[in-house]
Design a protein. Structure first.
Length: 183
């Protein structure tokens, strides 16, 4: 079907990924796969379709990078990709790289900078959680130290809970032993 110039499969409830074999339709001028349930990435092979003038994969569940500005794909705007929240890259505003950097690191040093930024973020997050835990724990202990009624209520609750667990454990063991004797 290499003679095909228009392929409109919109609004057909199609699922799965876009087959790479679509790139073999060399005369294709219009490709509309919008309003389906397609998943996965847009195949890189579609850049072989040099006659393509209209393209839409809007309102699917596609993910990963768009075909950037490769060949004729540089002429398609946001509307060709809208409704795919997991797509990224030009012409969309969502970047495919961390920190909204629109270019790949040009040197190993730049890549290391991203990793050091991530490790600093992790340390800040870990430090925040640790501080929150320490302050919360010792704040709770201080309240128990000064509020005698709360301390007694907590210890009574823990004691009753422990007793309940112990009774259930003993009853379970007796049921198991009784079942073994019956067999």
């Amino acid at each position: 079907m290499s003679w095909l110039t228009t392929l409109n499969l919109s609004n057909n409830y199609l699922t799965g990924s876009i087959p790479d074999s679509v790139s073999k339709l060399g005369q294709l001028e219009s490709l509309d796969l919008s309003h389906n349930a397609l998943t996965g990435q847009i195949p890189r092979g579609l850049t072989k379709l040099t006659s393509l003038e209209a393209f839409s994969v809007a309102y699917n569940n596609l993910s990963g990078p768009t075909l950037d500005a490769q060949n004729q794909f540089g002429t398609f705007d946001n509307s060709s990709y809208e409704g795919n929240p997991n797509l990224c890259g030009p012409p969309l505003s969502q970047s495919c790289f961390p920190y909204h950097d629109t270019k790949l690191p040009s040197s190993p040093n730049e890549a290391g900078d991203h990793r050091s930024d991530e490790s600093i973020d992790f340390l800040i997050l870990f430090g925040s959680f640790s501080l929150f835990f320490v302050v919360s724990f010792w704040g709770f202990m201080a309240v128990l130290y000064f509020k005698r009624t709360w301390r007694f209520a907590l210890f009574t609750l823990v004691d009753e809970f422990g007793d309940m667990i112990y009774v259930r454990f003993v009853l379970s063991v007796r049921k198991i032993r009784a079942a073994q004797r019956d067999n």
